[in-house]
Design a protein around this ligand. Structure first.
Ligand code: NDP
Length: 251
């Protein structure tokens, strides 16, 4: 199937989990994919597996020069970027506000909040020049609900949700579709870290309740299609049965 033929899609956090599944699905649908993560060996191996329609972009989203360089490299390789998927994220430090290390708290914010800002800031000039683009930022229920031990994660995701709202507010008239996607709980390494912490109700969920990363990939693919234009400026939740049905994940 080639529903997204030729679409140039930059995916952060593409070395494993949701990002890897998303890269594979977009590539299957004919897209050209830029794979950004810190683990250079993992993104190079995935790019080699996908073939010439993929490029590996080893970089740390917390570093503005690194993201700017990665975006420039993808623009050189594919002639531009149509879609940015801000997916890279971390959950740690997990600790109460009376004990959390402020330095580690700040490093999480650099990844989960400044990371999306770096991606947005780097792709926007090219997207505006070409008349539009799509920017999806992976959000979380934690953006809207406090959870014990997750002050850094919750605060960063709340900030990233506002960043999506600001992006829509400033840029929708320039053809930029900004959307947040809250996936619910997903069976990835991040949930293994959460379970090991035992600190709050999410860590005690039955792992069977988590959805597969492939579902989130399907949702991201759908959000980049014509059917999702009406969701510009909003946050879509994959917990919503009506959304799952529209995407075709459930009957
Ligand atoms: P994983 O831990 O499996 O993957 C995280 C990805 O982010 C990896 O590819 C990792 O690559 C990348 N990453 C982390 N830090 C950086 C960095 N500084 N620079 C570049 N890349 C980075 O987690 P998930 O796939 O589950 O998470 C993906 C997104 O989904 C995150 O934003 C997360 O908050 C969100 N989410 C996940 C949920 C879940 O239940 N799993 C629920 C709700 C939201 P590398 O280490 O190679 O850099």
């Amino acid at each position: 199937m080639a529903e997204r033929e030729g679409m140039r899609v930059l995916i952060t956090g593409a070395s494993r989990g949701i990002g890897e599944a998303t890269a594979r699905l977009f590539a299957e649908h004919g897209a050209r994919v830029g794979l950004l993560a810190r683990n250079a060996a993992a993104v190079r191996a995935l790019a080699a597996e996908i073939g010439p329609t993929a490029c590996a972009l080893p970089a740390d989203v917390a570093s503005w020069p690194a993201v700017e360089g990665a975006v420039a490299a993808m623009e050189r390789a594919f002639g531009g970027i149509d879609v940015l998927i801000n997916n890279a994220g971390v959950i740690e430090p997990i600790a109460g506000l009376d004990a959390v290390d402020p330095e580690a708290w700040g490093r999480l914010v650099d990844i989960n909040l400044k990371g999306p800002l770096h991606g947005i800031r780097a792709v926007l000039p090219g997207m505006i020049r070409q008349g539009g683009g799509i920017i999806v930022t992976v959000s979380s229920g934690a953006a809207h609900t406090p959870l014990e031990g997750w002050s850094a994660y919750c605060s960063s995701k709340a900030g990233a949700a506002m960043l999506t709202a600001c992006l829509h507010h400033e840029m929708h008239l320039k053809g930029i579709r900004a959307i947040g996607l809250s996936p619910g709980t997903v069976a990835t390494d991040m949930q293994r870290t959460i379970r090991a912490s035992g600190i709050n109700p999410v860590s005690r969920l039955d792992p069977a309740a988590h959805i597969p990363a492939a579902w989130v990939a399907e949702a991201l693919l759908w959000l980049c299609g014509p059917a999702a234009a009406e969701f510009a400026g909003t946050e879509v939740s994959l917990r919503d049965a009506a959304i799952r049905r529209r995407i075709g994940l459930i009957p």
